[in-house]
Design a protein around this ligand. Sequence first.
Ligand code: SF4
Length: 272
Amino acid sequence: MSYASTLETRLAKKVTKAITEFNLLEDGDRVMVGLSGGKDSWALLQVLDVLRKRAPISFSLVAVTVDSGYDGYRHDLISRTCEQRGWEYRVEHTDIGDVMDDILDAGATPCSLCARLRRGVLYRLAKEVGATKIALGHHLDDFIETLLLNLFFAGSLKAMPARLVSDNGEHVVIRPLVYTTESDARAYAKESQLPIIGCCCPACGDLSLQRQRIKRLIAELEVEHPEIRKSMIRALGNVAGRHLLDKRLNPLPELRDAALAGGAMPLRLFRR
Ligand code: SF4
């Protein structure tokens, strides 16, 4: 069985690579796909469905939409499309939008709070639908943008994992699009004739958000260095801990010996 297009072949290869490298799927998995109706989540659902039909392991899919309650959100289009394509689907209506209005300070960036609130709903839904994995549509560009956002504005060197076990050990979140670029995800959702809809959140598309600035920065650099995205995603899997300044990765000999002996900190470290 061949793939529907060159683009689908490329996506399937990249997603298979991610699944294999990070052990994202196992036989018997029931995968709950977070489906916002944006290009990334549609691309993820479509490619997982294609792979499901040809994978050597057996797994099932259930798409779940968390409606934040913004006026004009076309969850009806999402449910109709899932129905037409025979995809198991569920929509959860919430008042996340109102909650954010109540607790966010004026001018604060809403996206991290929004993501946390929606994550909580997804965890609850995962239990209700009996999911063993929660698949999210973060793609390669999300990974490298998050890296730069943390580096430039949060004083930490981190991006996001391709596979994450929740703190209480009850959920496994997977990101099979880690090696798929945003432009491929967009093109694939369009090629697959999926209705790309916006979340209708007032912050969506606001070019003043830091993430949009980072996107422009990477695009500018890419003009001179076409391989820059590839290099950045490779860097996330090629960390030289001893060449950083985090003493948890590279403890000073005195601190390490004291910690190993369970004793007090060597005094000579403080007498100068
Ligand atoms: S743009 Fe809006 S919906 Fe999207 S993460 Fe930010 S706050 Fe949430």
